[in-house]
Every structure is written in C-alpha cells, then in structure tokens.
Design a protein around this ligand. Structure first.
Ligand SMILES: Nc1ncnc2c1ncn2[C@@H]1O[C@H](COP(=O)(O)OP(=O)(O)OP(=O)(O)O)[C@@H](O)[C@H]1O
Ligand SMILES: [Mg+2]
Length: 239
C-alpha cells in the first residue's frame, strides 16, 4: 500500500497552493516559491496553456512540418494578431508556385500561435483535395455533414492547397458553406494556394472558389503573402 504523504509534504503543499490559487488566494507572498511552481502566476498559466496547445499542434502536424517555423514578417505578424484577438485575425492567404514554402509558413504560423499560450487551441489542418474527398456523400448517414461542421466550427483552420481539385458546382457549394460559416463567425483561417489571388491573364483563386466565396475571402483577408523563389524541394531558395 502506498504510504500516505504527510501533511505539509511537497505534493500536498502544491495541491493546497493550487486550490487556494484557483480562489485567488496566494499561499505565501511572491518570492517564497519558485515562480514556475506558482499556479497563481499568470505566466505559469500561459506556459501551461502553451504546452497543451503545442501538443495539439504536434498532433495536427505531419512529420515533415514538425520543425516548421514562420519566418516571414507578414506571417509572424498575422500569427501574433490571431493570438491577441482571434475574432479580428481574419484570414491569411499564402500563394505561390510549388515548393516555395507556403505550407511550411502556414504550419509555422499555427505553431507560433500555440507557443504563445492561447486561451483555446483547437486546430484542424487539411489538404483541400482530401477535404473534398472526405465530404463526398458517403454510405454513413450524416458523416459528411458532421465533417463539414467540424471544419467550419474549429477555432483555427489550415486549408492547404486550395484550388488543386477540379472545380464543379459541388466543390463550389462545399467551399461556400465552409468559408461562409467561418466568415460569419469571424474564425481565423489560413489558406495556401498555387493560384494567385488575382490574375487578369490566367486562372486565379476567384475562378476556383466562385464570386460569392471570393467576395467573402476579400473581406476576411488581413494578410496576403505571395511567395516567390525557386522550388525548395529541388534546392531552390526563397527570393
Ligand atoms: N523556411 C524554410 N526553411 C526550411 N525548409 C523549408 C522552408 N520553407 C519550406 N521548406 C521546405 O521546402 C519544402 C517545400 O516547402 P512547402 O511544402 O512548404 O512548399 P509549398 O509552397 O507548400 O509547395 P506546394 O505548392 O507544392 O504545396 C518542404 O520540404 C519544406 O519543409
Ligand atoms: Mg504546400
């Protein structure tokens, strides 16, 4: 049988301290305890939230991007805004040719938010072609609707590679329902695409998503980052 801990032992003192801290009562004046062990300390709470959020980030991140760090100033600034005020963060759109580092920056942005210790951190990261695949009406009643609701409502969404699937009325409708929900509820959304936001001479994102989604995206967009440079997979560097 485990020996009961004596009252006043380190563990029971910590438990007591936690209970008192949750009621806003410090057990002892600051300085008597190491700061990292003091749950009444706002910084202790922030670190605990960051640890939890980084775990969730890691689960949502494929191994290739687990070391990703956002390095572009527009991307880090967007992540900092999303951390400070989720409702006004809007959307971050990264565009550019293949291999320029869009997905890397996107995962890096989410990691930066997590490391900042957000109040809540639910995140879904999805490749858009996979998303359309999982939203096709299936044998399981309501499964696609449930999945669409999950993607629409999650606090942070990364929609990777929008514009690679073949367009149809159905893809337009799904994209509309997803973006319209996130637009209405002011939910932070990161989108990457090989298509430029606008292109008078060729296909652009508006052609893919349709005018109604493009209009909502234009209002949601608080950072548009066109990435330039070579294909990093072939040894190309950012310009
Ligand atoms: N800043 C960076 N530092 C180190 N490695 C990077 C950086 N940016 C991208 N990479 C690496 O370069 C490769 C291509 O990056 P990434 O997948 O982000 O490109 P992409 O623009 O999303 O390409 P695609 O349009 O084909 O999806 C990946 O292996 C990624 O880990
Ligand atoms: Mg990518």
């Amino acid at each position: 049988m485990a020996k009961p801990e004596r009252v006043g032992g380190a563990r029971s003192m910590r438990a007591l301290e936690r209970i008192l801290a949750s009621k806003g009562i410090p057990l002892a004046p600051d300085g008597d305890h190491p700061r990292e062990e003091n749950p009444g300390d706002p910084d202790w709470h922030r670190r605990a939230r960051a640890e939890y959020a980084l775990n969730r980030w890691q689960t949502a991140t494929p191994p290739r991007f687990r070391t990703a760090e956002a390095t572009l100033p527009e991307v880090t600034a967007w992540a900092d805004r999303a951390l400070a005020d989720t409702a006004s963060a809007g959307a971050l759109l990264l565009t550019g040719l293949t291999g320029t580092g869009k997905t890397h920056q996107a995962y890096g942005a989410l990691r930066r938010i997590a490391a900042g210790g957000p109040d809540r951190f639910e995140v879904i990261t999805v490749n858009s072609a996979d998303m359309y695949g999982s939203l096709r009406p299936s044998q399981v009643m309501g499964a696609a609707e449930r999945e669409l609701r999950r993607l629409s409502e999650v606090r942070f969404l990364l929609l990777d590679d929008l514009g690679t699937a073949k367009t149809s009325e159905w893809t337009e409708e799904v994209t509309y329902r997803l973006i319209n929900y996130r637009y209405n509820h002011c939910l932070p959304t990161i989108i990457t695409s090989n298509l430029p936001a606008r292109n008078a001479e060729g296909p652009d994102l508006t052609d893919f998503v349709g005018a109604r989604v493009a209009s909502r995206l234009a209002e949601m967009l608080t950072a548009l980052v066109p990435m330039i440079g070579g294909d990093r997979r072939r040894g190309g560097r950012a310009a």
